[in-house]
Design a protein around this ligand. Sequence first.
Ligand SMILES: [Zn+2]
Length: 184
Amino acid sequence: MQNIFKTSLTPQQYAQQDYQKQVRAPENCLHCGRAHSLEALAYYQRYVTWLKEVLRIWVRRFWCRHCRVSISCLPDFAQPYRAVNTATIEAAFNGQTQKPDVQHWVPAIEPYWRRFQAHLPRLLRQVGNAFGPVPLEPTAKGFWEQLLRHCADLAGATRQLVEQFHTCLFGTYRCHQRRAVHAK
Ligand SMILES: [Zn+2]
């Protein structure tokens, strides 16, 4: 499963400081809820943009002794499965086309918006009225504005979408779901 944690570090600072080594395990397992059951497992690599660069970062993973599920801890400047960093996506979605990073990554970000539009019907079924009333004919632009009003920024919105609704702006992924727990 995936946990998205709040950080004020930029992707560059995170990479330079090897911050993944300082990431603490969530107090409770996200899957079974057991306290103090998470052990350090390993790291995995992924890419995230910063300004016009692409950085490789390491993401901390933990493992639950109790339910044997692994939990990865993604800093909130990164989006699940998307390389462009959260702040640049947000600026692009807000139409801040004069920003150099937005200009640079527009070709990558345009498909993100289309993905968000395609995911919207399912997304709205999952979140219901949590971010405000759902209009009769919802649009991606309308829901985007609701999200920002409610959560202030895309980083906060993503944390809430993942933690509370097990989805994110661009899709519902297996890493955000609980596995079916079978009674023994
Ligand atoms: Zn567990």
